[in-house]
Design a protein around this ligand. Structure first.
Ligand SMILES: Nc1ncnc2c1ncn2[C@@H]1O[C@H](COP(=O)(O)OP(=O)(O)OP(=O)(O)O)[C@@H](O)[C@H]1O
Length: 597
């Protein structure tokens, strides 16, 4: 939503909240407004987890309980003030978010659902059965509500208070999700290997999403306990977990406004159906299925689709003062050995795609890795980039041993890559793809991002300007705002290179960048690789197009059946009998004189 429309929307909401007393609402309606706010709070964080990071949770009632019981125990048992109890509830929420994240981030699909359901059930059992501490069904009475200047909160004050919390939460999440953290969550959801290749730690991103969702859910629980001044184990049920998930998915997961739509509609529906509890549960189940199968983007998706059709025209790409970005992608390295590989070995059962391979890569040069289909080239590249762990051997990058490092750590050292089968973040714009490439260079901390501090906005603006300049340099400037998946195939290949370059790599690994390109596009690719080399980036390129290999590389490595059978200058490789035999054996008699794709 454009900034002006967003500001107007917020102003209208704030004015409506301020004018609530004029509507003469009785306590029943004030309670409904309060509940909408609480449901929004819980769903807003859960949306980060579900809609952005792509994780599912069926156990968030457990985190709601963490907040509510912390607020109750801190106030009643420990004598802390209601305000401090609220803060403590958020803190405990964060801790339990970490607890649930630890097993959850390592599994997916049904296993993830089981882990989160398990967490919810364990919490439910604890608060029900461990009556010494949690008082089971008897619950806690007399939980103090916050007060301001000695005035205790009335129902109207609670509506204002929870409204203010919702607006603050919305603003913080909006700021966070518009920047590098939001992009990182989406990247993890769309293509984990690609996210790792630009230096994003998948585990850390998912953990952060769990913690954010836990904090807002715990805050919602604490607010409910304080407003109600009473809380018992009956509040914590599996149905609550389902309800929160339905709010997110039906409202529109992955949209900032989805939880708001979901909270308003489902709270009203919940109040209406309160007379028929059996129907209530059936309805949530039906809505969940309906949303998953027929309206995967929820109400927010339907509304934004309608708005887009209504607007029809598209926003033109903003013009930003240009500078040449390719020249700034990498600090040039000296002509020494940037990468030294020794006795590298990888086996998959009886298949050995990399068999005790040793070689060195000289800084500043273009190296090509060739070999017949199935020779082990991609596996070797995966070992270098950390996407596959070696069975044995050493990989030293700038003197540092990196064999077995996870991909995101390797990327952070300055090794970027592209993939044989494109791994773009297809739903995101070309610009966002490149911004994700620059992820580790956008220097803005979590707190600055959450609070939308000027330092964070400035870092984001600079990163956008650099990313646009890079896109322009690679001939993608006028496509910057188009979804990556809608670009023609040749431009998608180029965009993947742009994303890799945005990480300012010292070594760029290209896995068959010319695959699927026509001769003109292949020629242009050669020019791009030359310019990348001139910018000081060392290149290791897997390629079947021999004209391209022979035209741009200064050093060629040849793999066959996982073993390095030759290396040297392109003209020498062309004459090498072992190489000719390998290619002739691989059914391609024109392999070394022309294109062998
Ligand atoms: N994860 C895996 N599990 C089992 N076998 C694998 C795995 N990855 C690769 N292989 C096998 O290792 C061998 C080498 O594959 P790799 O993709 O590295 O070759 P390549 O030289 O890149 O081939 P191409 O030029 O066709 O892309 C193949 O036989 C392949 O089936």
């Amino acid at each position: 939503m454009p900034a002006l429309a967003h500001a107007i929307g917020l102003a209208v909401l704030a004015a409506a909240l301020a004018l609530v007393p004029l509507f003469g609402l009785n306590d029943f309606y004030l309670q409904i407004l309060f509940t909408i706010g609480v449901n929004y709070l819980a769903a807003a964080g859960l949306n980060v987890l579900v809609g952005y990071a792509g994780q599912k949770s069926l156990g968030h009632a457990g985190l709601f309980a963490v907040g509510a019981y912390t607020a109750a125990i801190a106030n009643i048992e420990w004598g802390l003030s209601p305000w401090l109890s609220l803060l403590l509830a958020c803190g405990f929420g964060a801790i339990f978010g970490l607890v649930i994240a630890m097993p959850s981030v390592r599994v997916s699909g049904p296993s993830l659902a089981m882990v989160t359901i398990g967490f919810g059930i364990v919490v439910e059992k604890i608060v029900t059965e461990w009556t010494d501490i949690f008082k089971g069904q008897a619950g806690f009475y007399g939980i103090n509500a916050p007060s301001i200047a000695g005035v205790s909160f009335t129902n109207l004050h609670w509506v204002w208070f929870v409204g203010a919390l919702c607006i603050a939460t919305h603003l913080m999440l909006r700021s966070l999700l518009a920047g590098r953290y939001g992009r990182a969550f989406l990247a993890v959801q769309m293509a984990e290997p690609a996210a790792q290749s630009v230096g994003i730690s998948v585990v850390r991103a998912k953990t952060l999403a769990f913690v954010i969702s836990a904090v807002t859910c715990a805050l919602a629980g604490a607010v409910v306990a304080q407003q109600n001044q009473y809380f018992n184990s009956d509040f914590i049920t599996f149905n609550l977990s389902i309800f929160l998930l339905v709010v997110v998915i039906f409202g529109g997961s992955g949209s900032l406004y989805g939880p708001l739509f979901g909270a308003v509609i489902l709270t009203l529906l919940d109040a209406w159906l309160a007379r028929w509890p059996a129907l209530q549960h059936f309805t949530y189940g039906a809505l969940l299925l309906f949303s998953l199968y027929l309206m995967p983007n929820g109400i927010a998706g339907a509304v934004s689709g309608f708005a887009a059709r209504w607007r029809q025209g598209k926003v033109a790409a903003p013009v930003v003062a240009g500078h040449s970005a390719l020249a700034a992608t990498s600090a040039a390295t000296a002509g020494g050995e940037i990468l030294v590989v020794k006795d590298l070995y990888k086996a998959y059962g009886g298949i050995v795609p990399v068999r005790n391979v040793s070689f060195a890569i000289t800084a500043g040069k273009v190296h090509a890795l060739i070999g017949p289909n199935g020779a082990g080239k991609t596996t070797l590249l995966n070992l270098l980039s950390g996407h596959v762990a070696p069975g044995n051997g050493s990989i030293r990058f700038e003197g540092q041993e990196i064999a077995g490092w996870p991909a995101h750590r390797v990327a952070c050292l300055g090794i970027a890559r592209t993939f044989q089968n494109l791994k773009l973040f297809g739903e995101l714009s070309a610009l966002d793809n490149v911004l994700l490439g620059a992820h580790r260079h956008i220097e803005t901390g979590f707190a600055a991002s959450l609070l939308g501090l000027p330092s964070s906005r400035q870092a984001e603006a600079m990163a956008r300007a650099d990313a646009l300049a890079l896109l322009r340099d690679l001939g993608l400037g006028d496509r910057a705002h188009e979804p990556a998946k809608s670009l023609p195939y040749g431009l998608q290949r180029r965009l993947e290179i742009a994303r890799a370059l945005a990480s300012k790599p010292k070594l760029l690994l290209l896995d068959e960048p010319a695959a699927g390109l026509n001769p003109q596009e292949t020629h242009e690719l050669g020019e791009v690789i030359r310019r990348i080399q001139q910018a000081g980036v060392t290149v290791l390129l897997i390629e079947h197009h021999m004209d391209l290999v022979m035209g741009i590389s200064q050093h060629v490595l040849v793999l066959d059946y996982g073993a390095l059978i030759a290396e040297g200058r392109p003209d020498a490789i062309r004459q090498n009998p072992k190489v000719i035999a390998a290619y002739l054996g691989a059914d391609d008699d024109a392999a070394l004189t022309g294109d062998a794709a």
